[in-house]
Design a protein around this ligand. Structure first.
Ligand code: 5GP
Length: 208
């Protein structure tokens, strides 16, 4: 076999990989993803649409695309969202056009979405692309509460609501391929990067 043939056997070569990273809000998912993206080449972040208000420190077009509810409804109606959810009263959705464009550029895409969104992607797949499901968990729900309080971007009521959703989300762990527990951020980043690198090296068999 030629060396080119050998390289083509690798799953990540010539075929888009999508890494769905889900898990409770406040588990440190965003920080871990930022660090992995800075370190592992060839990754692109799927910037979701949302109707929630922009938090201090967030940038439109980088963290999210902030849209009105009317605009969000229009995106749903015209089929532009690969999946979408209502999370604690706000809408969130993944841009179909953006994911396709990133794959076309030869990038692998990281989707930072909630557990319901991950279930939708698992059910319907992502066309011809392979999807890897990674659950990113806090060491405990107590730790999650502390993190959300430290972050200071939500009110006490919003924190309580997020903790309730988190407890439900943790039950979905079994639906995922990998589990990263964020006890220490450095270690979690290491594990997330390793999963991505390993998945890119998987051997593709015909029809996989
Ligand atoms: P936050 O308001 O903390 O930025 O996000 C709340 C939750 O929504 C997080 O779990 C985040 O991963 C999820 N989320 C962000 N964008 C999307 C999306 O496009 N689709 C889905 N299903 N969830 C999303």
């Amino acid at each position: 076999m030629s060396s080119e043939g050998i390289v083509r056997l690798r799953r990540g070569a010539g075929r888009g990989l999508a890494f769905v990273v889900s898990g409770p809000s406040g588990a440190g998912k965003n920080s871990a993803i930022d660090r992995v993206m800075a370190r592992v080449p060839g990754l692109s972040y799927s910037v979701s649409y949302t109707t929630r208000r922009r938090r201090a420190g967030e940038t439109d077009g980088v963290d999210y695309r902030y849209v009105s509810r009317a605009e969000f409804d229009r995106l749903v109606a015209c089929g532009e969202l690969l999946e979408h959810v209502t999370y604690l009263g706000d809408e969130y959705g993944t841009s179909r056009a953006q994911v396709k464009e990133r794959f076309a550029q030869g990038k692998d895409v990281v989707l930072n979405i909630d557990v319901e969104g991950a279930k939708t992607v698992r059910r319907q797949g992502l066309a011809e692309f392979s999807v890897v499901f990674i659950f990113f968990a806090p060491a405990s729900l107590d730790q999650l509460g502390e993190r959300l309080a430290e972050r200071g971007t939500e009110s006490e009521r919003e924190i309580a609501a997020r903790l309730e959703v988190a407890a439900r989300e943790m039950e979905a762990i079994v639906l995922f391929d990998y589990l990263v527990v964020n006890e220490k951020l450095d270690q979690a980043v290491e594990e997330l990067a390793s999963i991505i690198v390993a998945e890119r090296s998987r051997i593709v068999v015909a029809g996989d």
